[in-house]
Design a protein around this ligand. Structure first.
Ligand code: H2B
Length: 101
């Protein structure tokens, strides 16, 4: 399946289903706060596992008790695509298990 940049309208429709996520420049982004540094670290490892499964990788930043991601699709010149939203949905699914909000 060829992956293509999403239109502004397509991005807005998908963002409406993903509270907390936004588009910052040409990247889909969200930050989470967790209960401790160790909890944040465990979430980073879990996200890395999903990224390997999807073969799609965010810029993933670990803070003291925060985890931040930004992602776009290099192969279309750094635009937001369905692949970025697929990763975002998977991260949203795993976040509650880590107590992330
Ligand atoms: C060869 C491999 O499929 C590509 O390099 C993948 C890996 N991870 C990736 N991650 C992201 N965010 N964008 C890509 O275009 C991308 N491409």
């Amino acid at each position: 399946m060829a992956v293509e940049p999403l239109s502004q309208k397509e991005i807005e429709e998908r963002l409406a289903e993903l509270p907390g996520w936004s588009v910052d420049g040409d990247r889909l982004a969200r930050s989470y706060r967790l209960g401790s540094h160790f909890a944040a670290t465990a979430m980073v490892v879990h996200i890395a596992q999903v990224q390997e499964e999807l073969n799609h990788h965010s810029d993933l930043t670990l803070g003291y008790n925060t985890v931040s991601l930004t992602v776009n699709t290099h192969s279309v010149g750094g635009a937001v695509t369905e692949l970025d939203f697929a990763l975002a949905r998977r991260v949203e699914d795993l976040a509650p298990g880590h107590g992330a909000h």
